[in-house]
Design a protein around this ligand. Structure first.
Ligand code: BES
Ligand code: MN
Ligand code: ZN
Length: 504
């Protein structure tokens, strides 16, 4: 397939998922007429039904009693509305303990109720948020619910003959509709970043090469992002032999993609992403079925690019640059061989004991570039780096590594707010990376793989405040869950955006 055809597929993917599929969201300070009415009930409290007509109230009270509906978080009870009602059916939704009902619980709920309404083919929905209590004002809870619903609504349909045209219109009744609109608008900017990351991650490897990814990054120029792309010759000339080496096995070669959104004069925050568009393992080839999921090995790069997009469309007053090390880790006569030694721009040579430990190689040079060109205040790298991380903390948490306790604290708090939680693992086992022939080897001799990989990266952080996020397993989901549909998850965009916006 020619390059121009590929480009149009990327463009389509971005348009298709962010515009055509979006749920319709509106806020007002009164309850709208609709086909389906959603009413909420906190745990161990009676639902406040004063706003409903008498017949509807009665019917609802009877249903609650007969079904022993206790308002447990996420539970639902559905009934037909009385014959004269403005609504056809009523969905009662449990809020659980409202003392712990915050942003992330509401976004999750929005995702799950959206999935429920979709299976019921409910296209026109009014939600009675006014009067609901929680940790946030009801207008904010409603905005988070809408955010969760729209995040769940995303589908990647580039290869489907029949696109999903079913669309739900949500009418939120809140106390302060202006506030709800403003809150939702901010979340909608973040969504655009999430959807970009999902599009890039879900796209198949043959259509999302380092060149395709670079072209997708170029599209952010329309939002005022400065995009720079280094080609293999330039990468080599700057001494980035590790990044160059990993890409050698593919006809496309490596790219260093830099996307800078300068919304303030602060010292920049650098986000460094692992961008392996396909990880075959190279000559240390992957065995088993997991290889079929390795189109998602560029999800770190997708997450940092998505975050830059979110900040740019939101016109946030932040200075953030994404530096992405792009390569396809393939087998060919030009590929690096196990045992080869590559020279990083930092000056350290690396013995490639295992060509499947390629992420740390592209990151080492991308981290060097980020430090050298931007002198960032803080550097955060994001990478689908190790299977060992999945063994340690699974697919839902990401693993966070840093010597900076304060940054760990900030990321932990940010993760909780957006339902992208992090769990700390230690750095260490430095001696396991010693090589007989070079300054470092790319494979820890023993010791925990996620930690030796992180410790390898630490060599390239210098004295910059630095955080490493291992997102292996977070990037591609087999099953939909809460606000995240199956496929590319866009994991990290909400975490990074929340962290950047709340720490500035
Ligand atoms: N991209 C993989 C890590 C990965 C595994 C991501 C599963 C998502 C799901 C990485 O490049 C890799 O191959 N890591 C090896 C490292 C080993 C050779 C030291 C691993 O974890 O097995
Ligand atoms: Mn690998
Ligand atoms: Zn990899």
């Amino acid at each position: 397939m020619s390059l121009t055809t590929r480009l149009s597929i990327v463009a389509l993917a971005i348009a298709g998922s962010t515009a055509a599929n979006a749920a319709t969201i509106s806020f007002s300070n009164k309850l709208q007429d609709a086909n389906t009415l959603v009413v909420f009930q906190a745990a161990e409290q009676n639902a406040e039904l004063g706003f409903l007509d008498k017949d509807t109230r009665k019917q609802l009270s009877r249903a609650i009693k007969s079904q022993d509906f206790a308002g447990e978080y996420g539970s639902t009870l559905e009934l037909l509305a009385p014959i004269d009602s403005d609504y056809e059916r009523i969905l009662l939704v449990g809020l659980g303990d409202t003392n712990v009902l915050g942003a992330s619980e509401m976004a999750k709920l929005g995702g799950n109720i959206h999935a429920h309404l979709e299976t019921k083919k409910a296209a026109d929905v009014a939600l009675a948020f006014d009067g609901i209590k929680g940790l946030l004002p009801n207008s904010e809870l409603a905005a988070q619910f809408a955010h969760g619903a729209n995040l769940r609504d995303y589908t990647f349909e580039v290869y489907k003959k029949e696109p999903n045209t079913f669309n739900i219109s949500y009418h939120f009744d809140v106390e302060n509709d202006q506030q709800a609109k403003e809150q939702y608008q901010q979340l909608a900017y973040i969504q655009q970043g999430v959807f970009l990351a999902r599009d890039l991650t879900s796209e198949v490897a043959s259509e999302m090469t380092p060149v395709d990814f670079a072209n997708a990054a170029k599209q952010l120029e329309q939002y005022g992002v400065e995009v720079t792309i280094l080609e293999p010759g330039q990468i080599k000339a700057l001494g980035m032999g590790a990044l160059e080496g990993v890409g050698r096995g593919s006809e496309h070669g490596s790219r260093l993609v830099v996307a800078h959104y300068k919304g303030s004069n602060d010292t920049p925050i650098a986000l460094v992403g692992k961008g392996i568009t396909f990880d075959s393992g190279g000559y240390s080839i992957k065995k088993g079925p997991s290889i079929a999921r390795m189109k998602s090995d560029m999800a770190g790069a997708a997450a940092v690019l998505g975050t830059v997009k979110a900040m740019a469309v939101a016109k946030a007053e932040v200075n953030v640059v994404a530096v992405m090390g792009m390569a396809a880790n393939m087998v060919s006569q030009y590929s690096i061989a196990p045992g080869d030694v590559l020279r990083t721009a930092e000056g350290l040579s690396v013995e490639v004991v295992n060509t499947d430990a390629e992420g740390r190689l592209v990151l080492s040079d991308a981290m060097w570039y980020a430090r050298k060109h931007f002198k960032p205040e803080i550097m955060v790298d994001v990478a689908t780096l190790t299977g060992s991380k999945i063994g340690a903390v699974g697919n839902e948490y990401s693993a966070i590594f840093s010597d900076d306790d304060y940054l760990i604290k900030e990321f932990t708090a940010a993760g909780k707010n957006v339902n992208e939680n992090v769990w700390r693992l230690p750095l260490g086992y430095k001696e396991q990376l010693a090589s007989d022939i070079a300054d470092l080897q790319n494979l820890g001799k023993s010791g925990p793989g996620a930690t030796t990989a992180a410790t390898f990266l630490q060599h390239f952080a210098g004295d910059t405040r630095w955080v490493h996020l291992d997102i292996a397993g977070n990037a591609l989901s087999l099953e939909p869950k809460n606000e995240v549909p199956a496929g590319g998850t866009g994991y990290g965009v909400r975490l990074l955006s929340e962290w950047i916006l709340s720490s500035k």
